[in-house]
Ligand binder design. Structure first.
Ligand SMILES: C[S@@+](CC[C@H](N)C(=O)[O-])C[C@H]1O[C@@H](n2cnc3c(N)ncnc32)[C@H](O)[C@@H]1O
Length: 295
């Protein structure tokens, strides 16, 4: 079993004056990981967790750009200055910074931040990156816009996690600032899939040029905790065995999130159902919240 590194008090910054960030909460929930032979047994592995490996992440989501125009509209409407929670490799923050917005990105993963740093140095742009946990950060300043893109809220597995994150966001928003969240609208046909069956997840080019990595997934949704445990099977060229990783995601249902936001001090001004601005409805693919602090 390999665990993601976590803990300590850490600040990593690039591109802007110094700031101290304190994070003391354990980071991601440990993801189980191992290598499976094709007979299905799982053995310990000493490779890094691929799901949060920045180089792999960028290859895997290279073609996922459909949300970028939405975030640019948010920046234009409500920026500048912008805080991205869980900025990862800067997939969204970097295009915003290229447009001239002042952006700060926080993330817990060294590997994701390292890739973001490499890209912003290459592009010679200014973007502040800070290693911090979205549940416990203290930047000692306020932003006009805080964004929480790409289903990352699902990594907050408990109400305590979610409420701790919302408390941090509140401390970092200007009184008229906006908090925008993007998460999928849960689908029962996906959640209730046969747990012993594998489904296609994604395919991407190995960043080290070894060929195409093919990922399949199996999932096991627990309706009591609303946590979906997803097992990812990586078929990597040149390896006769598969790398297996387990990822847990909290499923947030529409009415639940509306209420959680309200009872945690946010007024939902708009709730959209897709990046093109359609209103939220039963069959909408996404839940996009534009919120403001309740005064
Ligand atoms: C799906 S990626 C999204 C990255 C980026 N926002 C994007 O849209 O490409 C999820 C990110 O959440 C980060 N993350 C997960 N839990 C976190 C936590 N508690 N605090 C900070 N970052 C976290 C991971 O390291 C990862 O970079």
């Amino acid at each position: 079993m390999a665990l993601l590194r976590a803990g300590g008090t850490t600040a990593i910054e690039w591109g802007q004056p110094s700031n101290f960030v304190n994070f003391s909460t354990p980071a991601l929930r440990p993801a189980q990981k191992g290598i499976a032979d094709h007979g299905g047994s799982v053995q310990p592995a000493d490779v890094e967790h691929l799901y949060f490996n920045g180089r792999h992440y960028d290859q895997r989501y290279k073609k996922f750009v459909e949300d970028i125009p939405f975030w640019m509209r948010m920046a234009k409407q409500y920026g500048d200055s912008i805080l991205e929670l869980a900025c990862g490799t800067g997939r969204i923050s970097i295009p915003m910074a290229k447009e001239g917005y002042r952006v700060t990105g926080i993330d817990i993963s060294d590997s994701m931040l390292a890739e973001a740093k490499r890209k912003l140095c290459e592009a010679r742009i200014c973007l502040e990156l800070i290693k911090a946990d979205v549940r416990d950060f203290h930047l000692r300043r306020k932003f006009n816009l805080a964004i929480f893109p790409a289903n990352t809220i699902c990594h907050l597995l408990t109400f305590q996690d979610l409420e701790a994150c919302f408390r941090c966001v509140k401390r970092h928003l200007e009184p008229s600032g906006k908090f925008v969240i993007d998460v999928f609208n849960p689908r029962f046909d996906i959640l209730l899939r046969n747990r012993s069956q594998r489904y296609p997840h994604s395919e991407y080019s190995d960043p080290d040029g070894k060929g195409t990595i093919v990922i399949t997934e199996a999932s096991d949704y627990d309706s009591a905790s609303q946590i979906n445990t997803i097992t990812l099977f990586y078929n990597i060229p040149g390896m006769s065995i598969e790398v297996v990783e387990e990822l847990r995601m909290r499923i947030y249902f529409p009415q639940e999130l509306d209420e959680l936001l309200k009872y945690n001090g946010f007024r939902v001004e708009v709730k959209l159902g897709d990046y093109d601005g359609k209103p939220f409805r039963s069959d909408a693919p996404r839940q996009l919240f534009v919120c403001q602090l309740i005064r």
